[in-house]
Design a protein around this ligand. Structure first.
Ligand code: C5P
Length: 220
């Protein structure tokens, strides 16, 4: 029906940061709050979808009853959980801020203070979104791009390289956009060169705009 346009659809969403352990008490992470991904999950549930939310460490609780929340810590754990859920999903949105690198080794014991300098060797994490683009069949696949310069050009390049159907661009130049806060300002780019810019609004309202754009495109 009009009010439940995602009934019968499975929506898979990633959210939050990942933490990559250095030793038992330290990690490499980032400032992602998870709010955008959780807002997307709530909106998808409100639209009638079956929702699976794979989230890195965050204090947030899934608001909508029925959302299947899978909590993970590292990029590798997120990769596994997402691939387990991908096959029968209809819409997949990667909103997580995945750490690009992880320490090559995690020390068993707390690392002792060293001399003035110390090194931690890092290795690349899998690009979860790109791996989904390679595996994609009928799924409508959406990524996020957080850029600081040449935003549209970089977002378009990412959309093509990762074989996405659409990408949501948020610029760190815009006050009130991006990490942490309760508001965001986005542009929605699709694979047919479409671009639509939205005003600064709450992440709940942004989630509505994003699903509005997706629903238009999966019905065509
Ligand atoms: O390439 P970049 O990290 O800027 O791309 C951002 C997009 O890719 C986001 O949708 C993010 O969730 C996803 N991503 C991912 N796994 C990574 C890195 C980014 O899923 N290792």
């Amino acid at each position: 029906t009009e009010r439940m346009p995602l009934r019968g659809k499975k929506v898979l969403i990633t959210a939050g940061p990942t933490y990559e352990p250095i030793d038992p008490v330290r990690f490499i992470g980032n400032y992602s709050s998870g709010r955008m991904g959780f807002a997307l999950a709530d909106e998808a549930a409100a639209l009638g979808a079956e929702v699976v939310l794979v989230s890195g460490p965050t204090d947030l609780q899934a608001g909508f009853p029925g959302i299947k929340l899978l909590r993970v810590t590292t990029a590798n754990e997120m990769y596994k959980a997402v691939h387990d859920e991908f096959g029968d999903s209809h819409i997949v949105i990667c909103a997580a801020a995945v750490a690009d690198y992880r320490p090559r080794e995690t020390a068993d014991q707390k690392i002792k203070k060293q001399e003035d300098q110390m090194q931690i060797e890092l290795v690349k994490n899998p690009d979860i979104l790109k791996s989904l683009g390679e595996k994609k069949q009928k799924q409508f696949l959406v990524g996020f791009a957080l850029e600081t310069e040449n935003e549209v050009v970089h977002a378009r390049e990412k959309l093509a390289r990762k074989n996405l159907d659409a990408i949501v661009l948020n610029s760190l130049r815009d006050e009130g956009a991006g990490f942490g806060g309760n508001t965001n300002k986005i542009s929605f780019l699709d694979k047919n060169s479409g671009i639509k810019a939205f005003a600064l609004k709450s992440k709940a309202e942004v989630a509505k705009d994003i699903f509005n754009e997706i629903i238009q495109r999966i019905q065509n």
